[in-house]
Design a protein. Structure first.
Length: 308
């Protein structure tokens, strides 16, 4: 009967030695990369030849050689008492000891130099922090409204400019849910109109497919509410708004936008009320209340699901 013979899979002594040397070489590379070559050399010459142990202790003690030597010597003393290891003095020759002392002196001197340079840097007066740029002041014609202007009869909303003010609406826009974000703004505008009444509203975007024209009952009166697209008639909603002001009673018209260039152009058209978008959102929230404000925004998600 043939007897199967199996090869000895145990690695040879030579392969084990190669693996060990490779591991030590990698650890030594880490020590050199961290700038602790000199410290490790002194540790090896002091009889502490385990690179992995040296690296670990140097890391824990941020390269402080004196502290690492103290820890290692204390460990050796404890082991020596148990009879497991000889004291370093027993296997370091007088010549090696002298060489070690010279190395240690050089290291101390280097450490002292570094400390001196650090102290000099600390003593130098720190550079004054650059002053923060002052916020650009709003032009004189742009006011902050604490209450809704009572004599406004028509409101124009710069839609694109309103998609990045409220955090929830901005999240929709950034998540590429443009239709939902536009509906959220529209829901707020309609809710605001029906709550306080007294003016017609036009919400205009550069380009949108969600166009509509409705007549809403607000405070017992009918008010017109329009959502429209500036294109294809105009290249942007800015151009549309400026042109439309030629046909409006500008002394009773309010335009909501934070676009500085558009604000300037509207002012040149003598528009009496120009409101920043953040200001509008605050007034709307105050008029609707926190709960109804949140519901108006959340409803846009439900309307999105109902679309065919």
């Amino acid at each position: 009967m043939d007897i199967e013979t199996t090869k000895d899979t145990k690695p040879s002594k030579e392969s084990r030695d190669q693996k060990y040397r490779g591991s030590r070489a990698r650890i030594l590379e880490q020590i050199d990369a961290l700038g602790w070559h000199d410290q490790n050399t002194i540790l090896v010459e002091a009889g502490f030849t385990k690179f992995s142990q040296n690296l670990s202790l140097l890391k824990k003690n941020e390269g402080d050689l004196d502290r690492v030597l103290q820890i290692l010597k204390e460990k050796q003393e404890k082991k020596a008492k148990k009879g497991k290891v000889k004291q370093p003095e027993e296997f370091i020759s007088s010549e090696d000891e002298k060489h070690y002392e010279e190395k240690e002196k050089k290291h101390k001197k280097k450490k002292e130099t570094i400390e001196e340079e650090k102290n000099e840097r600390d003593e130098k007066p720190k550079k004054e922090k650059k002053e923060k740029r002052p916020k650009r002041e709003d032009p004189e014609f742009l006011k902050k409204y604490e209450e809704w202007p009572a004599d406004v009869t028509k409101v124009f909303l710069d839609g694109n400019n309103m998609l990045f003010v409220d955090r929830n609406i901005m999240k929709m826009q950034l998540a590429r849910k443009k239709k939902q974000a536009e509906r959220a703004v529209s829901n707020l505008a309609m809710a605001h109109l029906t709550t306080i009444g007294g003016f017609n509203t036009v919400l205009v975007y550069d380009s949108t497919r969600q166009v509509s024209k409705n007549v809403l009952l607000a405070k017992g009166k009918q008010q017109e509410y329009v959502v429209c697209s500036a294109s294809p008639g105009y290249s942007t909603s800015d151009d549309a708004l400026v042109d439309w002001m030629n046909k409006e009673a500008v002394e009773r018209t309010l335009v909501v936008t934070s676009d500085r260039e558009l604000q300037r152009r509207l002012n040149e058209k003598s528009v009496k009320y120009i409101m920043k978008t953040g200001n509008w959102f605050k007034l709307v929230k105050a008029a609707l209340g926190e709960e109804n404000y949140a519901k108006a925004i959340a409803a846009s998600a439900d309307e999105e699901k109902e679309d065919p």
